[in-house]
Write a protein that binds this ligand. Structure first.
Ligand code: FPP
Length: 234
């Protein structure tokens, strides 16, 4: 049901999550290799991060590499790993500008030792920051739930609850997303935040991720404030 929340009644959205789809098509349309699409995808990601900071979004989650993305050509996988490595250097240099706690969602075991160490180092170095940036990297929603259950079993838990599962997910430090945005035209959630998405508002746009900027995010947020969230009530 739609009912617009007036500007005065609006609280900043606490948590926005992004499925950054369409990098490959964006590059292809310009006669570029797919890897270039990801490079421009990182630029879009950085401008969205800045905009989220300016408008007071506390937690941002992005889906950067899924448990299924290993099936992509080796050249493309390597280029995404390189982009992450470069991004982490930038994050380290600009810790004060970002003012965010970095959390990786996903099992880090398959990454090479150097990248894994950098990921852990940046998580550790930023852990006292208030705002959160979650990056799904080797992330899958089903894998996350299985991992959480196995963690609880290893702790000797005999019976699980919604709270115990939430607390064992990679996102334990975050609230559930209020809004999930998928760019690139597909209408599905592709194994993203399956548990956490229970009451999220979903927003789909045909805009390809490298073209998704602050104006597109503002349009999604406008739409969000027209939705009435009832969480199963009336
Ligand atoms: C989906 O587009 C995009 C990805 C699988 C990778 C996204 C990765 C980045 C933007 C770089 C990660 C780094 C950081 C720092 C966040 P697609 O390639 O599936 O697009 P297509 O559907 O047009 O092929």
């Amino acid at each position: 049901m739609k009912t617009t929340v007036t500007a005065k009644e609006r609280k900043p959205i606490e948590h926005i999550a992004f499925i950054m789809d369409g990098n490959g098509r964006w590059a292809k349309k310009r006669g570029m290799p797919r890897e270039q699409g990801h490079r421009f995808g990182v630029k879009a990601f950085q401008s969205i991060l800045e905009h989220c900071r300016d408008i007071g979004v506390h937690t941002i989650t992005v889906y950067a590499f899924s448990t299924e993305n290993w099936k992509r050509p080796e050249k493309e996988v390597k280029s995404i790993m390189r982009l992450m490595d470069r991004y982490l250097s930038d994050f380290e240099k600009n810790m004060d500008r970002y003012q965010m706690r970095l959390c990786f969602l996903g099992d880090k075991a398959p990454f090479d030792a150097k990248l894994r160490a950098r990921m852990e180092q940046m998580e550790q170095a930023s852990k006292d920051r208030e705002r959160i940036l979650n990056i799904g990297f080797n992330y899958g929603g089903r894998d996350e739930i299985v991992h959480a259950c196995n963690r609880l079993i290893a702790q000797g838990v005999k019976e699980v609850s919604e709270d115990s599962i939430s607390g064992a997910l990679y996102t334990a430090a975050s609230s559930d997303p209020d809004l999930i945005i998928r760019t690139g035209g597909d209408l599905r959630i592709s194994n993203f935040m399956l548990w956490q998405a229970a009451y999220a508002e979903l927003y789909f746009t045909d805009v390809l991720w490298p073209d998704f900027g602050p104006a597109e995010l503002d349009a999604a947020i406008e739409e969000f404030y027209t939705r009435q969230r009832r969480y199963g009530g009336v």
